[in-house]
Ligand binder design. Structure first.
Ligand code: UTP
Length: 281
């Protein structure tokens, strides 16, 4: 299976922070968000990965590119631990970088990977979203895809006030945390929301999704919405949702960015440093 990581958006909600700094490059603990996302795909057993990026986001590609000068400097200085970290990153996966020339939405970003994906099923991981848990969210979806042989995506319970920020799904429960999806609505007002299950940013699709993305009309702002294409797919073939019980952080919001940094630092080798900082507040 291959994976596609859309990371080409302008990040307008996070300006001025994202003017020259892609939100996918914002640090969480000691690495950029996009590295967390690539590692999740790799831990799920996926090594062929396309990152959809933009001309304004060269630093994403640079992060994974070999840096000969830095490597030889580290070698000469005898900094072998650091050297190993950098070299591991160079070989993390077979990465391909695809430029989305115009920011026409998430659906359009995924369409940019059609040739890369071909006819295979593929995972999609939003480049600005970190998921942690056991099982790893993408791994959980890949396993369920293998079992069901149908497109599947992760959801989480949101509050009534939050439905306006999510794609919301409804359907028929067919297993523990698994639903056969009947309807998907993009960012409904609370009174129109068919449930409180919000789409999270991890998916495994059959390649048929491309046909539905191409049929989807661009909405307001000229964007092609992935949720609309998924809704169209759900009318002709089975598509499932799975409630992920781990944690999900949308790094495009200040709250989740802070929270991810603090919570994940507590679980890292830096927990002691963080505790000392907090004690002094
Ligand atoms: P978002 O809608 O959260 O990101 O898309 P955005 O468009 O960058 O943010 P705002 O709304 O302007 O603040 C989720 C993911 O999809 C990518 C984003 O980079 C992000 O990782 N995306 C979004 C694309 O790759 N292309 C697009 O045209 C839009």
């Amino acid at each position: 299976m291959k994976a596609v990581i859309p990371a080409a958006g302008f990040g307008t909600r996070f300006l001025p922070l994202t003017k020259a700094q892609p939100k996918e490059m914002l640090p969480v603990v000691n690495k950029p968000t996009i590295q967390w996302v690539v590692e999740e795909a790799v831990d799920a057993g996926i090594t062929d990965i396309a990152i959809i990026t933009g001309e304004h986001k060269q630093s994403i590609e640079d992060h994974f590119k070999p840096t000969k000068k830095l490597e030889s400097t580290l070698e000469n200085l005898g900094k072998f631990e650091e050297l190993e970290k950098i070299r591991k990153l160079n070989d993390i996966a077979n990465l391909e970088f695809i430029i989305q020339k115009e920011q026409k939405g998430l659906g359009h970003a995924i369409l940019c990977a059609e040739e890369f994906v071909g006819d295979c099923p593929f995972a999609v991981l939003l480049g600005d979203t970190i998921c942690v848990g056991n099982p790893n969210c993408t791994k959980g979806l890949v396993d369920l895809f293998t079992e069901k042989q149908a497109s599947i995506f992760s959801v989480e319970e949101v509050t009534l006030e939050e439905t306006k920020r999510y794609g919301i799904v409804s359907g028929e429960k067919v297993g523990e945390g698994i639903m056969l999806v009947k309807d998907l609505v993009e960012k409904p007002n609370p009174e129109d929301a068919p449930s409180l299950l919000g789409i999270q940013g991890r998916y495994v699709f059959k390649s048929d999704i491309f046909t539905h993305l191409k049929m989807t009309n661009s909405g307001s702002g000229g964007e092609i919405q992935l949720t609309d294409a998924m809704n169209s797919l759900s009318k002709v073939q089975q598509i499932y949702s799975w409630t992920f019980n781990g944690k999900r952080y949308d790094i495009g919001t200040m709250k989740d960015w802070f929270q991810s940094h603090i919570e994940l630092s507590f679980e890292s080798e830096f927990s002691q440093v963080l505790k000392e900082v907090i004690k002094k507040l």
